[in-house]
Each structure stands twice: as structure tokens, then as C-alpha cells.
Design a binder for this molecule. Structure first.
Ligand code: MUC
Ligand code: MG
Length: 368
């Protein structure tokens, strides 16, 4: 039985400004959820988003208000329900709020896995891999700085694949920036772009043609969320892989996109999906439709990143790897032992639950 639920906002500066088409981040607000059971087991979850309301339709503040006001009383009132029954009750009483639901579900599964003494991935059906490839996003806004940053990451054996955030500037300027980085890093290094829905269909056609000719491997969410027919036309027109990100808001949207094969690749995000279980469902739908997979991030800290890793480790296929680098973008560590990034991969813990040890003193120092 659940005894208490706490929602904590933790503000942490980023290691450098992170420029997206929708905002430039200098700080990340981690939204952490801590659930404690009557027998003293603690579960953690995360509902972090990007740039307040710049990216998604839940802000850190709205997540905290909604969890504290609506989720917490529901949870502390339930007696004798298992996780599935608890999630069903939440679904029946609370509409929307995918990020908040994901955080609560993660904390409940963390508790369940700890009670069973197994890693969280085992509760999701079991992991197929113990580590995941992790790319790095170049988003300083400066071509030379981005090239130097990429070369440093390769030398450190931290990342050998890079995603470039574009769409904030004039199209031709952005395309030249990408091609210059691709030329500097060479054929061995995979370069992808994320337009974060900034382009019209005409801009997409002009931009993607040049990026495809320049050897770019993946184009992420180039057009608006609702324009799934544009996404489909682009997927049919170009050989370079076209990926849906923001257009994916859980299993129903995945089903609709899969039915019309509107994208070559799905960026699966646990929060966008509404939970770890739903993220696995999105992956299953993609697999059935012959759509490739990529493990995405909302730039969560270590809790959300390792929770995502537990889900992605169960995916049958993961052709485009992951971007679970969120904790590495932050200037402060909130775990007693940081997540293990080695040899271009994130390594999953073998211990029970999420397999992390939160530094609560550090959280107390940083909390809002
Ligand atoms: C997004 O749209 O993919 C993921 C990596 C990154 O740099 O930004 C996020 C959001
Ligand atoms: Mg994206």
C-alpha cells in the first residue's frame, strides 16, 4: 500500500546552452516523483519536459500541481490493488497528463520490481540487451564549436553518432551548418537532424533533398505534429529515413501512423507514450508495421533516462539506437553512483528496480 507521494522540482543548469527550434535551454527542471509504501519501499519516477511549455503540453509546474492534487489522493486511497489495477484506476479518473502518468507508473514499477528483487526491465517482459548505443546532440548553435564537441566525444569514446538540432535559423544556413559538420567528421560518423517541426512541406522538400545528398542518415519530425500526410509524402519521396517524434503521443497515434506507414522510424519516448508499458506497446506496433525504432528522450535526468533504458532494452529491434544522454547535459549529479556511459553505450544496472541510488541530500540542496 502506498503511504506517501512527493513531487519535487529540481532546477539544474545545462553544461552549455542547448538550442532547439522551439527554445534555447540553459537550465533543465527535473520533475521527480517519490512514492513510499507502508512497508518502507521507495519508488522513483520522472516527468521532465523541455522548456516549460515550449515543447509539450505539460509544464513542470502543471505536472506537480496535477500529481499533488489529483494523483496523490487516488494513490493513497487505494488498498490491495496491484500495479495494473492502480494504473487502470488512474486512467479512469484522469484524462491526458501523459508525462505525469509516466512518472507515477515508473515509480510503481520501481516498487514492484524491488518487491520481486528483479531489475525493472524484467517486469516489462525481460531485457534483450544489457547496454544501449547513445548518441549526442550537437546544439550549441555554432558550427566550429559543434565540430570540436563531436571530436571530443569521439576521442572520449562517449558518442560516435550525432544529432543536430536545426530549424531555428534560415533553412539554407541550417543545411550548410549540417553539411559542414558531416564533412568535418567524415563518412564513418552517422549524422542525423531534428527539425522539431519547424518546416513547411516546401521547405522540407528543399531541405531534405540537400541533406540526403550530403549523406545525412535520419530526418526527425521535420513538419508540424498534425501534418501526418506530409510526413507520409516525405517518407515516400526520399530514401533517407524520415522519423516521427512529436507526432507520436502513445499507442493510438502509433497505430494511426503505422496504418498509413507515415514514417520510416518511430522515436519512442516513455513520457510521450504515457508510460513504460505504453512505450513498449508503441514499439510492438512499429515492429508489426515494419517501422524501425529509435529510443528518444525528453532530456530527462538519470531517473527518466534509466527508466527509458529499462523499456528500450526489451525492444525486439532498435535499428537507430538511442539518445539517452540527458544526465550528461546537466552540471549536477543527483545519483550517489552516476549512470555508466562507456564505449559509446549506456550500461543497464543489474540490481532491483531502476537500479539507481538517489542522493537525497543533493536533491534537497537543488530543489525549488
Ligand atoms: C527532441 O525533440 O528530440 C531530444 C534530444 C535533444 O537534444 O532534444 C530532445 C528533444
Ligand atoms: Mg525530436
Amino acid at each position: 500500500m502506498y503511504q506517501s507521494l512527493e513531487t519535487i522540482l529540481v532546477d539544474i543548469p545545462t553544461i552549455r546552452p542547448h538550442q532547439l527550434s522551439v527554445t534555447t535551454m540553459r537550465i533543465q527542471t527535473l520533475v521527480l516523483v517519490k512514492i513510499t509504501t507502508t512497508d518502507g519501499i521507495v519508488g522513483w519516477g520522472e516527468a521532465t519536459t523541455i522548456g516549460g511549455l515550449n515543447y509539450g503540453d505539460e509544464s513542470p509546474e502543471s505536472v506537480k500541481t496535477n500529481i499533488d492534487t489529483y494523483f496523490a489522493p487516488l494513490l493513497t486511497a487505494v488498498k490491495g490493488l496491484n500495479v495494473a489495477q492502480t494504473l487502470k484506476l488512474i486512467g479512469k479518473n484522469i484524462n491526458g497528463n501523459r508525462f505525469a502518468k509516466c512518472a507515477i507508473q515508473t515509480a510503481l514499477l520501481d516498487i514492484q520490481a524491488k518487491q520481486l528483487g528483479v531489475p525493472l526491465s524484467e517486469v516489462l517482459g525481460g531485457r534483450l540487451r544489457d547496454s544501449l548505443p547513445v548518441l549526442w546532440t550537437l546544439a550549441s548553435g555554432d558550427t566550429d564549436k559543434d565540430i570540436a564537441e563531436a571530436q571530443k566525444m569521439i576521442a572520449l569514446k562517449r558518442h560516435n553518432t550525432f544529432k543536430l538540432k536545426i530549424g531555428a535559423n534560415d533553412l539554407q544556413h541550417d543545411v550548410e551548418h549540417v553539411i559542414a559538420i558531416k564533412k568535418a567528421l567524415g563518412d564513418e560518423v552517422s549524422i542525423r537532424v531534428d527539425v522539431n517541426r519547424a518546416w513547411s512541406e516546401l521547405q522540407c522538400v528543399r531541405g531534405i533533398q540537400q541533406l540526403q545528398d550530403g549523406g545525412i542518415d535520419l530526418i526527425e519530425q521535420p513538419c508540424a505534429i498534425e501534418q501526418t500526410d506530409v510526413l507520409k509524402r516525405l517518407s515516400e519521396r526520399f530514401d533517407v529515413a524520415i522519423m516521427a517524434d512529436e507526432a507520436l503521443t502513445g499507442p493510438s497515434s502509433a497505430f494511426r501512423l503505422a496504418c498509413s506507414h507515415a514514417a520510416d522510424v518511430f522515436a519512442v519516448k516513455v513520457e510521450q507514450s504515457g508510460g513504460l508499458i505504453e512505450a513498449c506497446e508503441v514499439a510492438k506496433i512499429a515492429g508489426l508495421a515494419g517501422i524501425d525504432l529509435y529510443g528518444g528522450t525528453m532530456l530527462e535526468g538519470p531517473v527518466g533516462s534509466i527508466a527509458s533504458a529499462h523499456a528500450f532494452a526489451t525492444f525486439d529491434h532498435l535499428a537507430f539506437g538511442t539518445e539517452l544522454f540527458g544526465p550528461l547535459l546537466l552540471t549536477e549529479e543527483i545519483l550517489k553512483t552516476p549512470l555508466r556511459y562507456e564505449n559509446f553505450e549506456l550500461h543497464l544496472p543489474l540490481t532491483a528496480g531502476l537500479g539507481i541510488d538517489i542522493d537525497e541530500n543533493k536533491i534537497d540542496q537543488l530543489r525549488r
